[in-house]
Design a protein around this ligand. Structure first.
Ligand code: FAD
Length: 407
C-alpha cells in the first residue's frame, strides 16, 4: 500500500506494470507479449468469465505469423472451420448460385484460418492464464494520470496504480471515451446493422453458408463445422445508426423484426428464434478512426482504436497484429511516449489499408439496391468456385519485426 491508500503494482524496480481492459482477442494477445517482455500484467474483464461465442472470424496474412510466434497455430489449425460451400438465395429462397469454397479459397496460399471467435479467445487465454493476473467481473471506473503512474479505481472499489493502462475493450471502448471523447467523434458508420445469434441446426447443414438477399437485407445461416447449432445472421441497410436500439436489447429485437417483416425463405423462423436467443449480438457495421491511439500513459489496441468492421473480416487480425506491435514497441522503448509513437508509426498504414477493404465486402455480401444485387448475382452465376476474398495484399502488408528485447 502507498501513503495514499493505493495498492501499487509499480513495485518491482524496472518491471513495468500494465493494466489491460478487455479479455477478448487484443487483450490476451497483448498480455502474452507484454509478459514475455518482462512486464507485470493485469487484465480486467467486465464479463464474469472468458466470453465464448460470436461469429466465425478470420486470421490472415501478418496475423498468422503472430499466432505462429505465440505457438498456437497448430491448435488454431485444428479449430479451422473449413467451410466447403456457399449457397446464395433470392428473395423466395430459390438458388442463385452454389459455389465450392475449396478450389479457390484459402487465400495466402491456403494458410488463412477461420475459427470461432471463442476458440481464438480460449487459445490466447490459455497461453497467459498462469502468468498474468485476470480480474473477471470487474471494470475500470476512473483513471487518474496526475501522479507518476495511472491511479485506477475499479468498479469493485479496489484501487491500484499501474505504469500504463491499455484499452482493449472493443469498438465501444469505455476506456476511450473519458480520454479521447465520445464515440461519435471516431465512429464511421457504414450504413448497416446486424444481429447474430445461434439457432438449432434443424436444416442438416454442414460446413456451409446459406445467404439470402433482397436489396438492403440479408439473412444467413452458417454451419461452422457439422454442429448441432447454426450461426444465424440478419443484416440490413439503415441510413442512420439506431443509437437508442444500441443500448436496448428489446429495441434491437423490435427493430430487426420490423425490418424483416414479410420476408421470405427461413427469415420468419429466424426472427422468431432471435426473440428467444440468449446470445444475441447486435451492432452497427462501423469503423473506428482516430488521429491518435494514446493519451499520456493510456493507449488503445484492437477494435477500441481501429475497428475495421466485419465487412473487412479483419477485426481479429488487426487486433492480433496491433497487440504484437504495441508490446514490441514497449519492449524496445523504456519511454512510453516514444513506444506509443513507434506503435502508431508501425501499424497505422496497415490499419488504413485493411479498413479500406470495406467496400469489397459490402458489395459482395449485402448489395443495397436491386441493380447492385442483380449485378452481384450475375457475377456469381458465372463462377463455380467462391472467389478467394482472403488473398488481399493488405492482409500481409506489414512485415512483422522480430520481437525486441528491452534495451
Ligand atoms: C462475445 C463477442 C462476440 C463477438 N461476435 C462478433 C461477431 O459475431 N462478428 C464480428 O464481426 N465481431 C464479433 N465480435 C468482435 C470481434 O471479436 C472483434 O472485432 C475483434 O476480434 C477485435 O477484438 P478486440 O479484442 O479488439 O475487441 P472485442 O472482441 O470487442 O473485445 C472487447 C472485450 O472487452 C470487454 N469489455 C467491454 N467493456 C469492458 C469494460 N468496461 N471493462 C472491461 N472489459 C470490457 C468485452 O467484454 C470484450 O471481452 C465479438 C466480440 C465479443 C466479445
Amino acid at each position: 500500500m502507498t501513503a495514499n491508500g493505493l495498492s501499487t503494482a509499480v513495485s518491482t524496480p524496472g518491471k513495468r506494470s500494465v493494466l489491460i481492459s478487455g479479455a477478448s482477442i487484443a487483450g490476451p494477445a497483448l498480455a502474452y507479449w507484454l509478459h514475455r517482455s518482462g512486464c507485470a500484467v493485469t487484465v480486467v474483464e467486465k464479463a464474469g468469465a472468458l466470453r465464448d461465442g460470436g461469429y466465425p472470424i478470420d486470421i490472415r496474412g501478418t496475423a498468422i505469423e503472430v499466432v505462429r510466434r505465440m505457438g498456437i497455430l497448430p491448435r488454431l489449425r485444428d479449430a479451422h472451420i473449413d467451410t466447403r460451400r456457399y449457397t446464395f438465395l433470392n428473395a423466395d429462397g430459390g438458388e442463385v448460385a452454389s459455389l465450392n469454397a475449396h478450389a479457390a479459397a484459402g487465400g495466402g496460399g491456403g494458410q488463412d484460418l477461420e475459427v470461432r471467435r471463442g476458440d481464438l479467445a480460449a487459445a490466447l487465454y490459455g497461453k497467459v492464464r498462469d502468468d498474468v493476473e485476470f480480474l473477471f467481473g470487474d471494470s475500470i471506473d476512473t483513471l487518474d494520470q496526475s501522479g507518476p503512474g495511472v491511479d485506477v479505481t475499479f468498479h469493485s472499489g479496489q484501487r491500484r496504480t499501474f505504469d500504463l493502462v491499455v484499452g482493449a475493450d472493443g469498438m465501444h471502448s469505455p476506456t476511450r471515451e473519458p480520454l479521447f471523447g465520445p464515440e461519435e467523434r471516431f465512429h464511421r458508420y457504414l450504413g448497416y446493422c446486424f444481429a447474430i445469434f445461434t439457432v438449432p441446426n434443424t436444416f442438416g447443414l454442414s460446413h456451409e453458408l446459406m445467404l439470402w438477399n433482397t436489396p438492403g437485407k440479408a439473412a444467413a445461416l452458417y454451419a461452422a463445422g457439422g454442429n448441432a447449432e447454426l450461426h444465424a445472421f440478419l443484416t440490413f441497410h439503415q441510413p442512420e445508426p439506431p443509437f437508442t436500439a444500441l443500448r436496448n436489447p428489446d429495441a434491437q429485437r423490435d427493430l430487426v423484426a420490423t425490418v424483416f417483416a414479410g420476408a421470405g425463405w427461413e427469415v420468419p423462423g429466424m426472427v422468431d428464434a432471435m426473440r428467444d436467443a440468449d446470445d444475441l449480438f447486435f451492432d452497427t457495421a462501423g469503423q473506428i478512426r482516430m488521429p491518435h491511439w494514446s493519451s499520456g500513459r493510456v493507449a488503445l489496441v484492437g477494435d477500441a482504436a481501429y475497428a475495421p468492421s466485419f465487412l473487412t473480416g479483419q477485426g481479429s487480425s488487426l487486433a492480433l497484429v496491433g497487440a504484437y506491435m504495441l508490446a514490441n514497441a514497449l519492449a524496445a522503448h523504456r519511454d512510453h511516449t516514444a513506444a506509443f509513437a513507434a506503435y502508431e508509426r508501425g501499424v497505422r498504414e496497415f490499419v488504413a489499408l485493411n479498413q479500406a477493404l470495406v467496400d469489397n465486402g459490402a458489395a459482395t455480401l449485402f448489395p443495397t439496391t436491386a441493380r447492385a444485387l442483380e449485378q452481384r448475382d450475375t457475377m456469381l452465376r458465372g463462377l463455380v468456385t467462391m472467389p478467394s476474398a482472403t488473398a488481399r495484399p493488405a492482409h500481409s502488408a506489414l512485415a512483422l519485426p522480430a520481437f525486441a528485447p528491452l534495451p
